[in-house]
Write a protein that binds this ligand. Structure first.
Ligand code: AMP
Length: 314
């Protein structure tokens, strides 16, 4: 089914990140869930992506212009007096875990997304990691969707269980990591946790497992995509949002959220996630083009191509 308005509306944080990596410290790096998701989506769905968020008066107009130059509609980027949201994280030596050292909400504390009238017809909606009540507020403003996907995090699972439960009833697809899935369900086994979460609202669930790939659970069954094996991983910040942006960008440009399209979208998502981790902040996403995407997708195809059927021999 082809939808009328194939735009993807991305709502979330726009940030400056301070990143303490094993390789050194990086300050004032462009970040935020909406930034990563929309940059990633725009690589697959140029001119189909709309970003909604808030920045402070310290945020350079040149960055907003850079997003717009990539075909991202920035009409929904509000500017408020004050400082832009800041996040400071430190990664372990193997990059497998990270600690939040500081979160300064700044202008994000008063964020109440008002969707521009020309964006309310968007058929694809990605609700980045913000307060679940705000996610519901956005859903109410975008009435006719093909697919509503959302992310969340431990913070909301612990502190806003009632709002989170209401949000889950309003969405079609939840995209979270394995730790969050276990915490949300209160069940360690991911297959059981997925079944539990899907009973709470979202028909489909994607569980991201970093370098161990990602699982999709929906009415058509369970599907797995590996992470693309890389020699050099520099910075995992934003990989989850880039994964979700790639997934949603692909579906928006296809104009469908069929189970078949979702399975293809998992490969595009993993491809975008793999590029994201190759640079500090969103630097790799900002430098790659369609040629890079095509080559990695081809390599991904080879990675999972077993060359025939898996029927029992003899
Ligand atoms: P990811 O690595 O995919 O979880 O995304 C990292 C991005 O999330 C960073 O660029 C941060 O700016 C942003 N971020 C971190 N904490 C929060 C929060 N509490 N709310 C919204 N965005 C956040």
């Amino acid at each position: 089914m082809t939808s009328k308005d194939q735009h993807l509306l991305v709502v979330g944080s726009i940030a400056f990140d301070d990143l303490d990596m094993p390789s050194g410290a990086h300050r004032n790096v462009l970040g935020g869930s909406a930034t990563y998701a929309s940059l990633s989506a725009s690589l697959l769905a140029r001119d189909h992506v709309r970003i909604v968020g808030v920045v402070g008066d310290d945020f350079p107009a040149a960055i907003v212009a850079e997003l717009a130059a990539r075909g991202i509609d920035t009409l929904g980027v509000a500017r408020s007096p004050g400082q832009t949201f800041r996040w400071h994280g430190r990664y372990s030596a193997d990059l497998a875990s990270r600690t939040t050292l500081d979160t300064r909400l700044n202008v994000f504390a008063e964020f109440s997304p008002k969707i521009h009238p020309s964006h309310c017809s968007s058929r694809f909606l990605f609700l980045g990691n913000i307060h679940p009540a705000l996610q519901i507020d956005v859903v109410n403003q975008v009435p006719e969707t093909t697919l509503i996907a959302a992310d969340t995090m431990n913070f909301w699972i612990e502190r806003e269980p009632a709002h989170l439960a209401s949000m889950l009833r309003r969405i079609d697809l939840l995209v979270i990591n394995d730790e969050e899935a276990r915490q949300l369900a209160g069940i360690h086994n991911l297959v059981r946790a997925a079944a539990d979460i899907r009973k709470r609202g979202p028909k489909a669930l994607v569980i991201k497992r970093g370098e161990f790939g990602a699982l999709l659970f929906d009415d058509s069954g369970t599907f797995f995509v590996p992470a693309y094996p890389l020699e050099d991983v520099l910075d995992p910040t934003g990989a989850g949002d880039s994964f979700a942006g790639g997934l949603m960008g692909y579906l928006a440009v296809r104009g469908t959220a069929s189970p078949h399209a979702l399975r293809s979208a998992m490969f595009f998502a993993a491809t975008l996630g793999s590029f994201c981790v190759e640079g500090i902040g969103p630097s790799r996403l900002l430098e790659i083009g369609r040629g890079d995407l095509s080559s990695r997708l081809a390599a991904f195809g080879k990675l999972v191509d077993h060359g025939g059927s898996l029927s029992l021999p003899g």
